[in-house]
Design a protein. Structure first.
Length: 328
C-alpha cells in the first residue's frame, strides 16, 4: 500500500511509471501538500532492487536498509537547524557522496528539502552536480517557494508542479484525521492554511485557531482604545511573528479589495468581517496601500532571517493599524 495522499495518486503514477529517469527533478508547489512524501516514495522506488509497477517491493535488501534509515546510497540534504539555511559545507559533503560508487551497485539518490533553503554559495556549489551527476545518481529537490530558487538550479531539473488538492479531497482527508471537528471548523482551518490540508492539520495541533482568536480580540480592543500597541504586542509574545504578519498582510489585502469592490464575499473568515468593513469605511486607500507595502517588507525580512527587534516591529505594526481609521 503506497504511503501517499489520495490527491497524489495521479501525480504518483506519472512519476513512478516513467520509462527512464532524468538526473534531477524539482517537485515544486505550496507547503503542506505532501511533496516530501512523493520524494521519499520516489527515492524508495529508485533504490529498490526489485521495484514493482507503482512501488518499491519492500522486501529486498535495499528496502530493508531504507526502512531502518541506514541506506548507504541515499543522501538527505536539509538545514542543520529548523529555520536555518543550508550551508556550502553541507553541499560539499553532498558532492563527495555523489562522486562515490553506489554501495549496492544500483542508483544513488539525493533528496534536498527545502531547495530554496540553500544560501547562494551552497546553491552555486550544487550546480555542477546537478548538471553532470557522477554515476547513476538521481537528485530530488523539494521546493515550497520555487521563486526563491536560482534560475540555473531550476533549468537543470525536470520541473514537476504539485498543485493544491481540491477542497473536497482535502475535507475528506481532514475528516479522517480530525473527526471531532465540524465541517465549518475544518473549512476555517483550510482557509487559514491557504488550502494545504497538511498545514491545516498542523495548525490545529498548534492551536492556531485559539491564537487567532486571541489576535482578533486584541485588534478589536486596540481599535476601541482598550489596549495600547505596546500592551497588545507584549500579550502576543507566544504567537509566531510570521503568523501574525501573514494575518495582517491578508487583512490589508482584503481591506483594499473590499474598498475597491464593495463585495462582501471578499471579506474572508467571519471573525474579522465586521472589523474590516468598519476600517474600509474609515480608512483611505493610500494609507491601506502604505500599510500593505510596509507589512510585505517586514514579512520579507522575517523570511530572510534578518536580525529584528520583535517588540518594536509589532508596536510599529499596531500603531499603523490603529491609525488607519482617520482623515480620508
Amino acid at each position: 500500500m503506497l504511503d501517499i495522499y489520495p490527491w497524489q495518486q495521479v501525480l504518483w503514477q506519472k512519476l513512478a511509471m516513467r520509462p527512464q529517469y532524468a538526473h534531477a527533478y524539482l517537485l515544486q508547489g505550496p507547503a503542506g501538500i505532501g511533496k516530501r512524501v512523493l520524494a521519499d516514495q520516489l527515492a524508495a522506488r529508485l533504490l529498490c532492487l526489485h521495484p514493482q509497477a507503482l512501488s518499491a517491493c519492500g522486501e529486498c535488501k535495499s528496502c530493508h536498509l531504507l526502512a531502518a534509515g541506514t541506506h548507504p546510497d541515499l543522501y538527505t540534504l536539509q538545514p542543520e537547524e529548523v529555520g536555518k539555511a543550508i550551508k556550502v559545507d553541507q553541499v560539499r559533503a553532498l558532492v563527495d557522496f555523489v562522486v562515490q560508487t553506489a554501495h549496492l551497485g544500483g542508483r544513488k539518490v539525493v533528496v534536498v528539502e527545502p531547495a530554496e533553503g540553500m544560501n547562494p554559495n551552497a546553491a552555486n556549489a550544487l550546480l555542477k552536480s546537478l548538471e553532470e551527476p557522477a554515476g547513476n545518481t538521481v537528485m530530488l529537490l523539494v521546493s515550497h517557494q520555487p521563486s526563491r530558487l536560482l534560475p540555473t538550479i531550476k533549468s537543470r531539473c525536470v520541473q514537476q508542479s504539485c498543485p493544491l488538492p481540491d477542497e473536497a479531497d482535502s475535507l475528506v482527508w481532514m475528516q479522517q484525521k480530525l473527526p471531532q471537528l465540524e465541517r465549518q471548523q475544518m473549512l476555517e482551518l483550510l482557509v487559514l492554511a491557504g488550502g494545504s490540508p497538511l498545514t491545516a492539520l498542523g495548525l490545529f495541533e498548534q492551536d492556531v485557531v485559539g491564537q487567532r482568536g486571541k489576535v482578533v480580540e486584541g485588534v478589536k480592543k486596540l481599535l476601541k482604545h482598550h489596549l495600547s500597541p505596546s500592551q497588545l504586542a507584549e500579550s502576543w509574545s507566544a504567537i509566531p511573528l510570521l503568523l501574525l504578519l501573514d494575518w495582517f498582510c491578508d487583512w490589508s489585502q482584503v481591506l483594499l479589495r473590499y474598498q475597491l469592490t464593495g463585495d462582501d464575499t471578499v471579506l474572508g473568515l467571519e471573525d474579522m468581517q465586521a472589523v474590516l468593513q468598519y476600517l474600509a469605511g474609515k480608512s483611505s486607500q493610500t494609507k491601506v496601500l502604505q500599510m500593505q507595502d510596509w507589512l510585505l517588507l517586514q514579512r520579507q525580512k522575517v523570511i530572510g532571517r534578518a536580525n529584528l527587534n520583535r517588540s518594536l516591529m509589532l508596536e510599529a505594526l499596531l500603531v499603523q493599524w490603529a491609525s488607519l481609521p482617520g482623515p480620508r
